[in-house]
Design a protein around this ligand. Structure first.
Ligand SMILES: Nc1nc2c(c(=O)[nH]1)N[C@@H](CN(C=O)c1ccc(C(=O)N[C@@H](CCC(=O)O)C(=O)O)cc1)CN2
Length: 286
């Protein structure tokens, strides 16, 4: 059996390259009198969400995107949040609206997502945008799947005719990624908690995407030799170390390409959020 030492799909490096490209687009927009602006809403004090929002704000600042930060107490009512979203929908200076997930239990996620103007929905979660994506004509694309597609394109990894297995069927990753991969002519299987003989399935994948949130679930025996492996998981192992859904050390010996954790899919999620905000700002002047 051939032994591969996987090539790293470097999301951190690509996200920095994209930031540079976006900086130039923002400079041009500002010269035309348009300042791209992203409204970020964070409810509660979930430590991981606070880190993600801080990183989003930092990258926006670096690129020249204005942010308006709304931090609301964990007890915020759904009604109050809907009122804030309505105001942002009507604010012509705001190009993108993002509500950081997860939300506290008193707030219905679907109600909130549906309240955001689809044309300002930088997350691409609104049913209008999901529908467009599944029809093969996307307007806004969820950021994590979009980041994965950009990474594959950057490293010139072909998708047409490839067997793709996506493990995880969330609205944030698995489902929209399946639609994107189908739009690129891949043959896609989506596995989930009810899937039988999971590793038999993943062992047949040319491209495996792991998005289940179980620390180092997939090791060598779950992977086909030479497969491209995308690790979307962000977990803490027993020692408290940040790890993905893939056993990175073992799988690096058998995969052809592998996204690291950290530094793979995560930074690309934020880069795609920035790109979508700039796309929206440009569309507002066309
Ligand atoms: N409104 C949204 N909420 C959430 C989304 C989303 O796309 N939109 N996705 C996730 C969280 N998320 C972005 O919001 C996100 C997760 C992880 C990273 C990231 O850069 N991870 C780093 C590691 C960070 C760490 O040290 O913990 C990496 O992988 O290198 C960015 C964004 C759920 N909510």
């Amino acid at each position: 059996m051939a032994i591969f030492l996987a090539i790293k799909l470097d999301g951190k490096k690509l996200s920095q390259k994209i930031a540079g490209q976006l900086q130039q687009r923002v400079t041009k927009l500002k010269a035309r009198g348009v300042s791209p602006k992203l409204a970020v809403i964070l409810i509660g004090d979930d430590p991981a969400s606070q880190i993600y929002v801080r990183n989003k704000r930092r990258m926006a600042k670096k690129i020249g995107i204005e942010t308006s930060d709304l931090r609301l107490p964990v007890a915020t009512s759904e009604e109050k949040l809907l009122q804030i979203i309505a105001e942002l929908n009507n604010d012509v200076t705001v190009h993108g609206i993002l509500v950081q997930l997860p939300l506290p239990p008193q707030i219905n996620e679907e109600t909130i997502i549906q309240a955001i103007d689809p044309l300002k929905d930088v997350d691409g979660f609104h049913p209008f945008n999901m529908g467009k994506l599944f029809m093969g004509a996307p307007y806004a694309i969820p950021c994590t799947p979009n980041g994965i597609m950009q990474l594959l394109a950057e490293y010139r990894i072909p998708l047409a005719g490839k067997k793709v297995v996506i493990v995880g069927r969330s609205n944030i990753v698995g489902r929209p990624l399946a639609a994107l991969m189908i739009n690129h002519n891949a043959t896609v299987t989506v596995a989930h908690s009810y899937t039988k003989n999971l590793f038999e399935l993943t062992r047949r994948a040319d491209i495996l995407v792991a998005a289940v949130g179980k620390a180092e679930l997939f090791s060598q025996t779950a992977i086909k030799s030479g497969a491209v492996v995308i690790d979307v998981g962000i977990n803490r192992n027993a020692a408290g170390k940040l790890v993905g859904d893939i056993d990175q050390i073992k799988v690096a010996d058998i995969a052809s390409y592998l996204t690291p954790v950290p530094g793979g899919v995560g930074p690309m999620t934020i880069a795609m959020l920035m790109k979508q905000t700039v796309d929206f700002a440009e569309r507002s002047v066309k």
